[in-house]
Each structure stands twice: as structure tokens, then as C-alpha cells.
Design a protein around this ligand. Structure first.
Ligand code: ZN
Length: 232
């Protein structure tokens, strides 16, 4: 099966890595000379959110990339965004875990301590995205057909090559704008050789069979990566 995928905010990612790797330290040490006036805080806020409305050719980006004050503010705003996301993600994950635990306990009692019914057993699945990050541009990539059952799934995701270690938000969504969230969970990556893997529980029992998207979002990178997925 031929599936397409896309990395969102590619240009912003490029900008971010360029900043962090080559300029950040020099800028914060005041070793660079910014051109033009400091942009307003609204612009920095949009930049911190990686707004798609900002073109890389915008001279304010060049200024921010070389201005100690603007860079400090940008990093501060990004940190705020990140903690906001984590504050939003963790209660949802904890609620989801609590609901799963409650439903398992209820099912156990309802069944009079017999074995739990099939739909409360957890199905372990591995999704391999290792080669999903090697194709550039909008050209469709060849991905293994990704499918998950409509069950409680303990999914292990082998992240694409060159993925950063850290905390990830994993979501199953109806579309690739991140709306229509069917299930989500958080997981800290575990290294296995060159690979980063994350494991999280997803409750897909109420999901109707059909096409969805699997998304992964790194804690320090607001851009979500979407992969086509079938629920069967
Ligand atoms: Zn400035």
C-alpha cells in the first residue's frame, strides 16, 4: 500500500535548527549585531508558535536571529509554550489512564471476577516510522501500511531516523490539522541503538474503522508530524 506523509512546518524546523546550532550561543553572548529595530512582542509570540504566516524572508526574522534581547524573549516564549503544552497534555493523559483503569476494574466486577472480556485486553502493536523521515519535499513516501485495531492498544513507535530524544505527545486524529482527536498519550523516548522508541497506551475501542492520522509532537517542537493510519 502506498501512503503519503508530510512533515509540517519544514521551513520553521530548518530555521530553528539553524538558530540553535550555529547562532544561539553567540547571539546570547551579544557577539552579533542585529539590523533594524526590535519587532513587537506579538511577532515574537507568533515566531515562538512557528506561525505559518511568517515568511523566512521577513527581515524581522533576521533581526531576531541576531538580537540578544529578541532571542532571549523568543526562547522565553518558547519555554512558556512548551510548559503550557505539557500542562495541557499531562492531565489528558492522566485522565485517559484513569478512565482505562476504571473501565478495567468495572468490567472485572461486572464479569464476577471471570476473565475480562476480549475488548479490555491490551493489544501490543509496533509502528515502524524509521524510514519515514528520509524522504524530502512533498513527494509521497513509501511507508509500511500502518494499521491499528479498535482496541486498547499499547503502541510502540519506532520514531523516524534522526528523531530527538525526549517527551512526545502521540495522538490519533481524524485529520492532519490535529482536530478530531480520537486518542492520545504521552511517552518519553527510549534509545535502542540509533533508534528512539516511544510506548504509550491508546484507547481505540470507540474509534470506528477507517482512515485516521497518527501524529507525534516533541515537547520542544510544536510542529506535529502526521502519518496516515487505518483503524480496523
Ligand atoms: Zn531586537
Amino acid at each position: 500500500m502506498r501512503l503519503s506523509w508530510r512533515r509540517s512546518s519544514r521551513a520553521e524546523d530548518h530555521f530553528e535548527s539553524w538558530i540553535t546550532q550555529q547562532h544561539q550561543r553567540r547571539v546570547l553572548a551579544g557577539e552579533t549585531t542585529p539590523s533594524g529595530p526590535c519587532p513587537d512582542k506579538g511577532f515574537l509570540r507568533d515566531l515562538a508558535r512557528k506561525s505559518k504566516s511568517i515568511a523566512l524572508s521577513d527581515p524581522r526574522i533576521d533581526h531576531t536571529a541576531n538580537c540578544r534581547e529578541c532571542m532571549s524573549k523568543l526562547l522565553e516564549l518558547r519555554e512558556q509554550n512548551r510548559s503550557h503544552r505539557l500542562r495541557m497534555a499531562f492531565p489528558a493523559a492522566i485522565t485517559a489512564c484513569a478512565l482505562i483503569a476504571v473501565s478495567v476494574v468495572v468490567a472485572w466486577h461486572v464479569m464476577g471476577r471471570k476473565a475480562p472480556p476480549a475488548n479490555t485486553s491490551v493489544v501490543a502493536q509496533t509502528v515502524n516510522l524509521w524510514d519515514a523521515g528520509t524522504i524530502r519535499g512533498e513527494q509521497p513516501g513509501q511507508l509500511e501500511s500502518v494499521s491499528l485495531p479498535d482496541a486498547l492498544v499499547k503502541v510502540t513507535i519506532i520514531l523516524p531516523r534522526h528523531s530527538e530524544p525526549g517527551l512526545y505527545l502521540v495522538a490519533i486524529t481524524r485529520d492532519q490539522n490535529g482536530t478530531g482527536v480520537v486518542a492520545e498519550g504521552t511517552a518519553t523516548s527510549v534509545a535502542n541503538g540509533d533508534q528512539q522508541r516511544i510506548t504509550t497506551d491508546l484507547d481505540l475501542r470507540k474509534a470506528k474503522a477507517g482512515p485516521y492520522f497518527l501524529s507525534t509532537t516533541h515537547e520542544q517542537d510544536q510542529a506535529a508530524y502526521y502519518y496516515p493510519l487505518q483503524i480496523k
